[in-house]
Ligand binder design. Structure first.
Ligand code: SF4
Length: 346
């Protein structure tokens, strides 16, 4: 059950990709905290760094990317022990003890983590044996139990099937079973329902909520779907171009959003009976990562941009103990020239 202690603290995390064309700052100073037993939804458009940040939490950033600075402090059992995942060798034995056991991840595409070469059962059994040292027989029993728990019919038969013989929804359930096989304290779900039809999507979300309730684990859910956020989240962190630009409890995000990007995301949700011309999409596109705008990186798309936004990078402003925003509209003007005039559009 939830005890509301901080499980993961991310401080000023930077993950950069070093390519021939230049450096992509995919994650550019992210701060986050995730509490035990709670669900934090990380939202933002594609390309804003959500998935890269979460891969960093497990030490699985793919080359040519790497963590260049920051801390990922994991507090596994509340006894004061702290592990800095960012400082670990991503291929070392220590991180492998955390990955899959303490922190598990489910991906958008199940075949990312399920091999087509082995049966579903073999893959889950191997994970259990590796992390718990249980015998294969006990691990097989637990696997059948888990497959049953995630709603797979006839789990005693499916345990010996190959992943390609299952439907997308069933594969996703099998992957959730694998992620839960070692009873993790934290589950990272990277858009796990995007590739599924609406009915299966709803079933998988209900399943994650039920299992979270039963196991008391923290869930970090990455999505660009604000409908999913409303259903799942306790807290929401909104990311734009590698930074968290707003963080607050879910009710605050929906009822009193402060950052112009969050406000634009909410305005762009289509509503039933809305005509096409009434849709209000966010202006422009996420910028090319090699040509990040100066100042506030959202300024070319921001309906509230001021002249100052073109060259001053906003800092974090704490609006109340649980509500943080990164926008010059809320920063003290002290020491800055009066530049509140609206900016010309780029
Ligand atoms: Fe908009 Fe300026 Fe705030 Fe950036 S800092 S979100 S451009 S108002």
């Amino acid at each position: 059950m939830a005890d509301n202690r901080v499980l993961l603290e991310v401080r000023d995390l930077k993950v950069h990709f070093f390519t021939d064309e230049g450096v992509v700052k995919a994650v550019d100073g992210v701060d986050l905290t995730i509490e035990s037993g709670k669900t934090l939804c990380l939202v933002g458009e594609s390309g804003c760094g959500k998935s890269v940040a979460c891969r960093a939490f497990l030490g699985i950033v793919q080359r040519p990317g790497r963590i260049v600075s920051g801390e990922i402090l994991f507090h596994p059992d509340g006894n004061g022990a702290t592990i800095d995942i960012a400082a670990m060798d991503p291929k070392g034995a220590e991180i492998r003890q955390i990955r899959g056991r303490e922190i598990s991840m489910i991906f958008q595409e199940p075949m990312t983590s399920l091999s087509p070469m082995y049966t579903v059962g073999n893959q889950i059994i191997e994970n259990i044996v590796l992390h718990t040292r249980d015998s294969k027989e006990i691990a097989r029993e637990r696997t059948i139990q888990l497959l049953d728990q995630v709603g797979i019919p006839r789990p005693d038969r499916l345990v010996d099937e190959y992943p390609f013989r299952l439907s997308g929804g069933m594969r996703q359930r099998a992957m959730i079973a694998m992620a839960l096989s070692c009873n993790p304290t934290m589950l990272i779900a990277d858009e796990p329902t995007t590739a599924l039809d609406v009915t299966t999507q709803a079933q998988i979300i209900d399943l994650i909520l039920d299992l979270q309730h039963e196991y008391g684990m923290a869930v970090l859910f990455i999505t660009h779907d604000l409908g999913v956020v409303a259903e799942l989240a306790d807290d929401v962190a909104v990311m734009y171009l590698g930074k968290v630009v707003e963080r607050a409890p879910v009710d605050t995000i929906f009822n009193d959003p402060k950052h112009p990007y969050t406000q634009s995301l909410l305005r762009s949700i289509p509503k039933i009976a809305m005509r096409r011309e009434e849709l209000d999409p966010i202006k422009g596109m996420v910028p090319n990562p090699f040509r990040r705008p100066d100042g506030c990186t959202f300024h070319p798309r921001c309906p509230k941009a001021m002249e100052v936004c073109r060259h001053v990078v906003p800092s974090v402003t704490q609006l109340d103990p649980n509500h943080l925003v990164r926008c010059l509209l809320y920063e003290s003007q002290e020491g800055r020239p009066d530049e509140s005039a609206p900016a010309g559009r780029n």
